[in-house]
Write a protein that binds this ligand. Structure first.
Ligand SMILES: Nc1ncnc2c1ncn2[C@@H]1O[C@H](COP(=O)(O)OP(=O)(O)O)[C@@H](O)[C@H]1O
Ligand code: SF4
Ligand SMILES: [Mg+2]
Length: 380
C-alpha cells in the first residue's frame, strides 16, 4: 500500500445471489484515496456506488458477497484488508464509526425515532471516545454546534421528527464526525434536500473537511455537486469505473461517452433556462447474464459494431492520472488496446465463427462513428 494513501480498493466485486440468478453488481472496481482528499464516485442510480461503500464499511446485506481487497490505513490495526475482517467482529467495529464514518442519503432512516438526537450522537461518543457521561455530552454538543445547529441545549433533547430535513442532515453529519474520523463516506448526502439547503450542507462539509483533515468519498449522481466538492472523480457505470481523473480534467476534457453524457446533463451556468439539457437515453441495465461487451454499448452513440459488442474495454491511462475504458478513443493507449482486442477477435472469428452480443440482442448494425469533439480525432 502506498504511504500517501488511506484507502486502496483492488478488484472489488459484489455478487448478489438472487432467485433469478447471480447479479454481479460491482465488477472489478479499483481506486485509491489519498489522506485528506475528496474523491467523487459518480454515476446514475444502479451503477453500484452504494454497494461499493457498504463493502468498505462491512455493512453488506446478507445476500451481497464482496470479494477483492480493501486496504485501509488504520490507526489501531495498521494496514488492514477490511474485507478479511469479520463483518460483525470487534476489529471492524473499532474502525466503523471511529476511523471511517458514513453519511447516508436519508437522515430519517439513519436515526431511530425512539431516541433523542443528542442521545444518538452521544452513543458514538461513548462507544469510541469516553465513558464519562458529562464529558461525552460536552463533546457531542460541541460537534452539534460545529455543524451549525443553533440552540444546542434544547436541540440535544429533541427527537428526529422535531428536526427539519436540513437540520437532521446536519445532525447526521455531527454523528459521523463526532469521533474525528480519518475518512468519511458521504452517500448522496444532499440528494433529499432542496437546493438552498443542499448548498449550505455542501459548504459545511467543505469547511469541516479542512478542520478535521479527513478524506471524503463523495457519492453522487450529480456531476454539478462533484465540481463543487471533489479533487478527483471516478465515473462508474454498470459496476465498473469507466473514467477517472482530476475533477478539473474531467470537466475540461471528458473522454468516455458516458462521462460526456453526464456532463452534458449538468446545467451550464449562463445557458438559457429553456435550453433542453442533454441526457443519456435509456437506463443502466441489470448486471445479470451480461454479454461479453462494453456495458455502455446499448446507450452509446459512438459504439463500434463488431468490437464494442464482442469485448469489454479495460481502464488504460491516457495522461498522468487520467484513465478511460473505451475502444473508440483516439489516445494512444486506447488505440493500442483496441488493436490488441481486434486482433484477438479476428483470430477467434477465423477459428470459430461466434454469435456476438448484437445478434443475441437483435440489435441493428451500426456504422463506426468516432467520439465527437475530440481534437485529436480529426473527424466530427
Ligand atoms: N440487497 C440487494 N438485493 C438485490 N439487488 C440489489 C441489492 N442492493 C443493490 N442491488 C442492486 O445492485 C445494483 C447496484 O446497486 P447500488 O449500489 O445501490 O446502486 P447505486 O448506489 O449506484 O444507485 C442495482 O441494480 C441494485 O438494484
Ligand atoms: S465506443 Fe464502444 S467501448 Fe466506448 S463506450 Fe461506446 S460502446 Fe463502450
Ligand atoms: Mg446508492
Amino acid at each position: 500500500m502506498n504511504e500517501e494513501n488511506i484507502l486502496e480498493v483492488k478488484d472489488l466485486h459484489v455478487d448478489i445471489h438472487m432467485a433469478e440468478g447471480l447479479l454481479t453488481a460491482v465488477r472489478g472496481v479499483n481506486f485509491e484515496m489519498k489522506k485528506g482528499e475528496t474523491l467523487g464516485l459518480v454515476g446514475e442510480s444502479g451503477c453500484g456506488k452504494s454497494l461499493t461503500c457498504k463493502a468498505i464499511l462491512g455493512i453488506n446485506d446478507k445476500k451481497c458477497k464482496p470479494s477483492g481487497q480493501i486496504l485501509f490505513d488504520s490507526e489501531g490495526l495498521g494496514r488492514v484488508d477490511l474485507l478479511s475482517l469479520d463483518q460483525k467482529g470487534r476489529e471492524i467495529r473499532s474502525i466503523r464509526g471511529k476511523e471511517i464514518s458514513m453519511i447516508f442519503q436519508e437522515p430519517m432512516v439513519a436515526f431511530s425515532p425512539m431516541y433523542t438526537i443528542g442521545n444518538q450522537i452521544n452513543e458514538a461518543t461513548r462507544l469510541h471516545i469516553t465513558k464519562d457521561k458529562k464529558k461525552s455530552k460536552e463533546i457531542s454538543m460541541e460537534v452539534m454546534r460545529k455543524v451549525g445547529i443553533a440552540n444546542v441545549e434544547k436541540r440535544y433533547n429533541q427527537y428526529p421528527h422535531e428536526f427539519s430535513g436540513g437540520m437532521l442532515q446536519r445532525a447526521l453529519i455531527a454523528m459521523a464526525l463526532v469521533c474525528n474520523p480519518k475518512m468519511l463516506i458521504a452517500d448522496e448526502p444532499t440528494t433529499a434536500l432542496d437546493v438552498t439547503i443542499q448548498a449550505q450542507i455542501l459548504e459545511l462539509m467543505k469547511e469541516l473537511q479542512k478542520d478535521f483533515n479527513m478524506a471524503i468519498l463523495f457519492i453522487t449522481h450529480d456531476l454539478g455537486v462533484v465540481a463543487k466538492m471533489c479533487d478527483r472523480v471516478a465515473v462508474m457505470y454498470l459496476g465498473k469505473i469507466v473514467e477517472s481523473a482530476d475533477a478539473s480534467e474531467i470537466y475540461a476534457n471528458p473522454q468516455h461517452p458516458y462521462t460526456r453524457g453526464l456532463i452534458g446533463s449538468v446545467h451550464k451556468i449562463g445557458s438559457k433556462k429553456e435550453e433542453r439539457l442533454f441526457s443519456i437515453e435509456g437506463t443502466v441495465p441489470l448486471a445479470m447474464n451480461l454479454p461479453k461487451a462494453c456495458g455502455f454499448y446499448d446507450r452509446c452513440d459512438v459504439r463500434v459494431e463488431g468490437l464494442c459488442n464482442r469485448a469489454e474495454p479495460e481502464l488504460v491511462e491516457i495522461a498522468p492520472g487520467h484513465k478511460i475504458a473505451c475502444f473508440n478513443c483516439p489516445h494512444e493507449a486506447c488505440r493500442e488496446q483496441r488493436a490488441r482486442v481486434e486482433a484477438s477477435l479476428a483470430g477467434k472469428s477465423a477459428s470459430t465463427p461466434e454469435k456476438d452480443a448484437s445478434d443475441t440482442a437483435g440489435r441493428q448494425k451500426d456504422t463506426v462513428k468516432s467520439i465527437p469533439g475530440n481534437k485529436e480525432d480529426g473527424r466530427k
